[in-house]
Design a protein around this ligand. Sequence first.
Ligand code: SAM
Length: 312
Amino acid sequence: MRFEHTSVMPKEVHEYQNLKPGDICVDCTLGGSGHALSTIKAILPNGKLIGIDQDMDAIENAKKILSPFEKNIQLFHSNFASLPEILRSSGIHGVNSILLDLGFSFNQLVNSRRGFSFNKNEPLDMRMDIRTSLTAKQIVNTYEEKDLVNIFFKFGEEKFSRKITRAIIRNRAQAPIETSEELAQIIVDATPAKQAFKQKIHPATRVFQALRIEVNQELTLLETFMESLPSLLVKGGRVCVISFHSLEDRIVKHSLRKFENGCTCPREFPQCMCGFVPQIRSISKKPLIPTQAEIDANPMARSAKLRVAEKL
Ligand SMILES: C[S@@+](CC[C@H](N)C(=O)[O-])C[C@H]1O[C@@H](n2cnc3c(N)ncnc32)[C@H](O)[C@@H]1O
């Protein structure tokens, strides 16, 4: 399988990770291993990189790309929400750097044959981890109308959610919707032609994104991960999170703010009763974004936002 590793914001990530030889690092989303490769080079000769991906293809690829550094890496086919258990089982009490580069990889879009792309005719699957059970086909063919509308509107910000859902319901009453091409055509037919013409993106972009988020429970797992964040870093350790969706960025922003503020008592309390103290500080108040040159070279980077924080 041909794997690409066009990493998003590589220079910025490298700068803000602030790595030194001997560091223990985690790449929670190996993908094509581009960021992982740059991380491992910065922590040699005796540093350690823990690499995680829920997609077995990414793990197989990482084994090849990172093979010269075999002694310094440990790979896990797992979900990053399980990082606390992974570290515990490896006897690690805290790490110097954690990277999350969220969403899906170029390889999943182009080579996985799992229906991530509306430009291909593939089974409607969209699972990043094929050990899980929920598929896009199941969602499209069995979810109730109100749930489909909700998912398309919330995760895809699709303004024709109702129209598209009604078209899906009509089509699935005839025969199950099986492929990415069939679904894309239903969406194109349901989108008012004038609006479709005006949009800069393919009319199916938002619905496909929403389905992928639902299939992989992306937001829930990110929330679970963020809850455990401070306990995973050593003092001065850094987390870098690249998100591609406003809901993801909101989860990251709010979690970081909560750990940065500490006390959660209502303002009118004369003294703190909750006992929470600040645990991290944000390195950049506003998220960093890619340069125009990077977006021109890699349009998949266009909505990327990088947030960085440090453990106190
Ligand atoms: C944008 S790609 C990462 C690209 C990578 N940083 C590079 O330099 O090539 C995102 C990867 O994260 C993985 N992923 C997404 N959510 C995950 C999760 N909750 N747990 C583990 N891996 C996840 C996907 O399978 C995908 O391979």
